[in-house]
Structures are given as structure tokens and as C-alpha cells.
Design a protein around this ligand. Structure first.
Ligand code: MSP
Length: 517
């Protein structure tokens, strides 16, 4: 089996998980589930980023130890991912002892190789970015453009990493590997940032930040949070500067590293340079997604519009996370921002999952019971609908290979639309009335077989609905190798009391009754 290693950004634990964090993890989970269906040996890493000034300050304010804050909030992230059925293989915490030890070894190796040197420095530090800013990048009022706060002027003797040494190699890599930065329109942004790249400070004095990993051999400095954080992608696999583990040898380089657009620079430039300095290959693709806004507004604690995944699940009394997962994936087309609003959420999932896909299965199974006692009588020769199904499979695969998840979901919905139209045009109820039972059974077969395809294609987004669809079709096959037309066998398929809606319209009477009881 071909390996497939994918990672997400690791979340800061100075706050709780919100639907922006969730968006990224769902995206990774959908990709992971899709490639598993295509027979890849997937390893999916996520994690939490636990060191740095923000946690230290949060701890000071609440009178707790930093590790207590980390433990508490890391658990919140784990709970959120469990609720959303994020099926990761490992969740690394940067406070894990194995991680901290390897980060020190990495730092030492970079020092020994002359890539890290000591230097006295005055700079503008933004604690929101956990990074020094270039005066050129500030707003006219001298604020950090991302956090709109004035960076602090800091003078320190720090360790510096020779980022400038790798500038030309990184530019070359980006230019010769079009798949490296996705979506491609982000590559220019990175190339522009590289124009002015300088060596970066990779340590902080303990006087200013104490919550971090010690610089090996220096009692007064801790390792800069981004070196610590970025290394997680290899420490999680058991990378070691002396003898890398089998897991590492198998999985590195990553197939895709999924991050938000705000942290592209750290990944495409800093991370690439660190890997080059360690003599390691670069990941195949760094995939930057857009941001989720709430009612078109940036989520922020000060505005008070932060929504947790749990809030949505509870608000709509969802039995499983599928509708939310689905909506998150369709609201943000490849690399673009997406928006969440209760109204859009409800409308979209009702239209696609309940009316389009759910009803199609429901009414077809009911007709099979009514006209054929729930039995498949013959397997008809494959025709136009079968061709359409095969085209959809190819289109979905192609979109996934380009990480176009919203677009792939749309292909599935479009196929369901085509099949709905086919039902309306062929009107199997009229065929039955006219006694054209062969034709009627042919139509029903084509629809049910299409539903089997839809059930499988939809699984990465909506694992529970998919399971329900396939169960009602008595089909146990879930992989892409079963997307071959004509697999539903002749014989009894279902009975009246086995048929139930696979997704209840939100706010439908049935759903509301459930909420009341
Ligand atoms: N800890 C760093 C990442 C280190 S990766 C080696 C960090 N943490 S974060 O908690 O601020 O963000 C984690 C991820 O969530 C990032 O990829 C970020 O882009 C993403 N998002 C945070 N808010 C978001 C939205 N509102 N919408 C979509 N994604 C967002 O950065």
C-alpha cells in the first residue's frame, strides 16, 4: 500500500477550539478518509501548540501553572475532535517529553552545523504572531497587520537561524515544484516575502518568556516557539537527528501539510529552511485554506462571536456531526474564505442532504417495496446513468487530488440532481400503473445503484449518513474499488420497516418532536 502522510497546523491552547480550528481538522479528516477509500496507507497527524508567551500570560492571569492551562485546553481540543469524529492517528502535544527532547537535538544539530549563531538584537515583537515583525510590514500606525496591536520593542541577545542562506534554494524549489504551494495563487505571495527575507531569531531570553523548551547548553534562553511547533511534523514520527525511526522513514516527506493562509510564511519559508538545514526533503504540498467568518465577520473574543463546534451541534440537536462537517466543507471553495451562519447552514444541509440525497433514496426504496415487495428482480444493462456515475467518480477523484473539496462535494450533489431528474422524467410510478414492470424495475435499479455510489462518495464528508445509506442498500462495500456499476445483487433488498430517512430536515416537525421528547 502506498503511504499517505498528512498533517494539520497544531492549535494554540490559550483558548478553546472554535469552528475555524474545526474547519481545518475536518478538511484533513475528509482528505484522510478519501485516500483510505482509495487504498492508501494514511497517517493523519494533528496536535496542540502549547509553549510561548500567550500561554504564560494566560496562566499568570488565572493564577495557574502553564501546564495546567495546557492540560485543560488540550483536553477541550480532543473532545471537540471526538465530537466531530476526526479520525486522526496521533495528536501530538508540544509539551510531550519525546517532542521536547528531539526539538533540543534539532536545535543542537543546527548549532553544530553553523546554521544557528548568537547575535545581539533589537526588534519589534508581536505576541499574537509569536514572532518579530519587520517594520516594513506594519500598518501606517505601526500596528501588527494581523492583530492590530502595537508590537513591543525588545532588545535581547538571541540565537539566530541563517534563513537567508536558504533563500535561493527555496525560491528554486517553489519555481520548479508547482504542486508545493497550493492553491497556486499563494506561491507569488511567498515569493514576494522571500525577496526581503533575513535571518530570524530562534530563541528568547527567559526574562521575557519562560514557558518553553530550554536551548541546549544555555540556561538563559528558550527555543523560539515556531521552531518548537514546526518540528512537531517530524518529531511525531519519531524523527531523531541520529537514527530516524522506521515510522519516519516510511512517512516523511509529508504528502500534504494543511494550514491556514495566515501561517503560510512560517511553513513555506521557515519550515522549508529548517528541513533543508537538517538535510531532509520538503513536504510535497503545503495546502493553505482560507478563513471561516461568522456572518461575514472575523471571529474574535472581543466581538464575542466565537462559535465552538459543540454550539452548532447542540443548537440544532444534531445526532451526529455530518451536517456540520458537510457545511464546513462546502462553504469554503478551495483556498478561499468561507462563512458560517445558522440560516445558510440550515438551508444548505436541508437542500443537499435531506431533500436531494435523502429523499431520493427514501422514495426509491418505498417504490421498490410497493411495486416489487422490496426485491431486485433483474440487473439491467448499464446505460446513461451508469456512465454519469462513472464520470462523477473520476471527477471527484480529480478534485480531491487538487484538494478541491467543496467542488468535489458539488459533483456528488450534481450527480444526485441528475438522478432525481431521471426519476422525474421516467416516472416509475406511471410505469408501474401502466404495467411496464420491467422498465419500472430498471429505473429503480439505476437509482439505487446510483445511491450506492453516492453513499460511498459522500462518506469522507458524512460518515454516518453514508453508513446509513449503505446499510439501507444492504451494501457492505465502502472503498473505491467497489465503485463498479451493477453490484447490488438480485434478491430481497429491503422491507417497509427498514426504510427510514437518512437525514432529517433541520427544523422539520419530526426533528422538532425529537428535540421536545
Ligand atoms: N500554533 C500555530 C500553528 C503552528 S503549526 C506548526 C497557530 N495556531 S492557531 O491556533 O492560531 O491556529 C491553528 C490553525 O487554525 C491555523 O492553521 C489557523 O490558520 C487556523 N485557524 C484559526 N482561525 C481560523 C478561522 N477563523 N478559520 C479557519 N482557520 C482558522 O497558528
Amino acid at each position: 500500500m502506498e503511504k499517505y502522510y498528512l498533517t494539520t497546523a497544531i492549535d494554540y491552547v490559550n483558548g478553546r477550539p472554535h469552528i475555524g480550528h474545526a474547519f481545518e481538522k475536518i478538511m484533513a479528516d475528509v482528505i484522510a478518509r478519501h485516500y483510505k477509500q482509495r487504498g492508501k496507507d494514511v497517517y493523519f497527524l494533528t496536535g496542540t501548540d502549547e509553549h510561548g508567551i500567550k500561554i504564560q500570560k494566560t496562566a499568570e492571569k488565572s493564577g495557574k501553572q502553564p501546564i495546567e492551562i495546557c492540560d485543560m485546553n488540550a483536553q477541550e481540543f480532543k473532545n471537540a475532535w471526538a465530537l466531530l469524529e476526526i479520525d486522526y492517528d496521533k495528536l501530538i502535544r508540544t509539551t510531550d517529553i519525546e517532542h521536547t527532547q528531539i526539538v533540543q537535538k534539532i536545535f543542537k544539530k543546527l548549532m553544530d552545523n553553523g546554521d544557528i549563531y548568537k547575535h545581539s538584537y533589537t526588534g519589534l515583537y508581536c505576541s499574537g504572531c509569536e514572532s518579530f515583525l519587520n517594520p516594513r510590514d506594519l500598518t501606517e500606525d505601526g500596528l501588527c497587520p494581523d492583530h492590530m496591536v502595537k508590537p513591543e520593542e525588545i532588545q535581547e541577545e538571541n540565537y539566530f537561524f541563517k534563513l537567508s542562506k536558504y533563500k535561493d534554494r527555496i525560491i528554486e524549489h517553489i519555481k520548479t515544484h508547482p504542486e508545493f504551494i497550493q492553491p497556486a495563487f499563494r506561491a507569488n505571495e511567498v515569493l514576494n516575502q522571500l525577496e526581503n527575507i533575513e535571518d530570524i531569531s530562534v530563541s528568547r531570553s527567559k526574562d521575557s518568556v519562560s514557558w518553553g523548551i530550554d536551548v541546549p547548553g544555555d540556561d538563559f534562553q528558550i527555543i523560539y516557539v515556531w521552531i518548537d511547533a514546526l518540528s512537531n511534523y517530524i518529531t511525531a514520527l519519531g524523527y531523531d537527528t541520529e537514527s530516524p525511526s522506521d515510522m519516519f522513514k516510511k512517512n516523511w516527506p509529508a504528502n500534504v501539510q494543511i494550514i491556514g493562509k495566515d501561517i503560510m510564511k512560517f511553513h513555506a519559508i521557515y519550515w522549508s529552511a529548517i528541513l533543508m538545514a537538517l538535510g531532509l526533503e520538503l513536504p510535497r504540498t503545503i495546502l493553505a485554506h482560507g478563513w471561516i467568518t461568522i456572518d461575514q465577520t472575523k471571529m474574535s473574543k472581543s466581538i464575542g462571536n466565537v462559535i465552538a463546534p459543540k454550539d452548532v451541534i447542540e443548537e440544532f440537536d444534531l445526532q451526529h456531526p455530518d451536517a456540520f462537517r458537510y457545511f464546513m466543507m462546502v462553504t469554503a471553495p478551495s483556498g478561499k474564505d468561507g462563512n458560517y451562519s445558522d440560516v445558510d447552514f440550515k438551508e444548505r444541509v436541508n437542500a443537499d442532504l435531506a431533500n436531494n440525497i435523502g429523499n431520493l433514496l427514501n422514495r426509491t426504496l418505498n417504490m421498490l417495496v410497493k411495486y416489487f415487495d422490496g426485491e431486485i428482480v433483474t440487473i439491467p444493462p448499464s446505460g446513461e446513468i451508469a456512465k454519469e456515475a462513472a464520470n462523477t467518480v473520476e471527477a471527484v477523484k480529480d478534485k480531491f487530488d487538487k484538494f478541491e473539496l467543496a467542488e468535489a462535494a458539488q459533483d456528488i450533489v450534481n450527480f444526485a440532481n441528475v438522478v432525481n431528474k431521471y426519476v422525474n422524467d421516467t416516472a416509475p410510478w406511471s410505469l408501474a400503473k401502466e404495467g411496464k414492470m420491467n422498465e419500472c424495475s430498471e429505473v429503480l435499479y439505476n437509482v439505487l445503484e446510483s445511491m450506492r455510489f453516492i453513499g460511498i462518495l459522500l462518506a469522507p464528508y458524512c460518515p454516518n449518513i453514508s453508513k446509513e445509506i449503505l446499510e439501507q442498500l444492504s451494501s457492505k462495500m465502502t472503498g473505491y474499488d467497489s465503485l463498479v456499476w451493477g453490484q447490488i445483487p438480485v434478491g430481497k433488498l429491503t422491507e417497509k420497516d427498514k426504510i427510514k430517512p437518512v437525514f432529517l430536515r433541520l427544523d422539520s416537525e419530526f426533528a422538532t418532536d425529537k428535540k421536545k421528547s
